[in-house]
Design a protein around this ligand. Sequence first.
Ligand code: SF4
Length: 373
Amino acid sequence: MIINEEFIVNEIKTGKNSSHLNDILKKAENGHGLTGTETSALFQQLDGKSLKDALRIAAELKSRTKGNFASLYTCLYITNSCVNDCGYCGYRGSNKDLERITLTPLQIEDEARAILEMGVTNAILIGGTMPEELYKGLIVEGTRRIVKGTALSPWIEFENLSPQTLRHLYEVGARHFVLFQETYNRAKYRRLHSNSPLKGDYDARLRKVDEAVDSGFRNIGIGALFGLQENHVFEVLGLYHHAWYLMGRGVGVCISIPTLKPAPGLSISSHGIEDEELIKIAATLRLALPDVSLALSARETTELRNRLFPIIDQIGSGGTPNPGGRTSHKAQYRRGDTQFRLSDTRSPREVIEHLATRGIEVKRFVKWQPQLF
Ligand code: SF4
């Protein structure tokens, strides 16, 4: 079983009563990672000064083991049509105010070139969910054009592609597959996706990531959307166990920790995340899993991102969360037809300049390092 909820609940209980915070921080400093129970204890006990210490240690660890490097990524939306109805998303099928757009392969290629011109070298190919037959050809052709016609690295994030399509994408040159579980709480997942026919099955979503590995992908992105529920330690441990499982399959793992943000047509309220809480989440994951890559979206504020940059490998920048927002459909982007709102609106050049002042060099690609056994 990839995610054993009972096991995680026990880790939460045991970690809560641990009195070894200093020992755990010392162990983490050595770069050997932490057990699930230690991760649970660390997350639940970090506060005030110890959180500052954890962030400092996490930055030193990253600098020592991976170097002061980061790479930039952004999302390239190919469609905002969606048959699902996730209450936390502006693209939800029941949002009748949204003009639905699906790009052509040529428009996808134009977006890819616009992304490169901004100085971003990795793009998550993403969109709403349609029956696979309706868009698998477009996804494959869009990916093929990006690989053949540009220097952009496409990361694939679609939830309902068959193993055959995944293999096809691998054959045309895609090497990264991304799929967020959204929440590792099974009951919560079921409730949130009760009106989402192509997203309702918690286990099928976990299996889809495995199918991507079986299809050849060796770089796997996972994530939880923080703010969907209040029990953050459960999500941290869900990510921890999912990452360990995937590293055991020999792949490099990148963990994303986006927070729920306002979006047009949102039908649920967020369990807001304080800045210190997200810092705790990021620092805990960096210390517990020093070999994974950590990604940080531009959903978060400039100030918070600046604090977290020293422990992040993949930095979201230059986003326009709607199809064609940089090229063919700028007007829709300008009027706010987006999946969610970005907070850090600095251009990629401004982010690169800021990172340079912090001694962080932006590379085209920073590897999602596999665990070495
Ligand atoms: S989260 Fe994804 S699947 Fe759900 S409504 Fe939004 S685009 Fe569709």
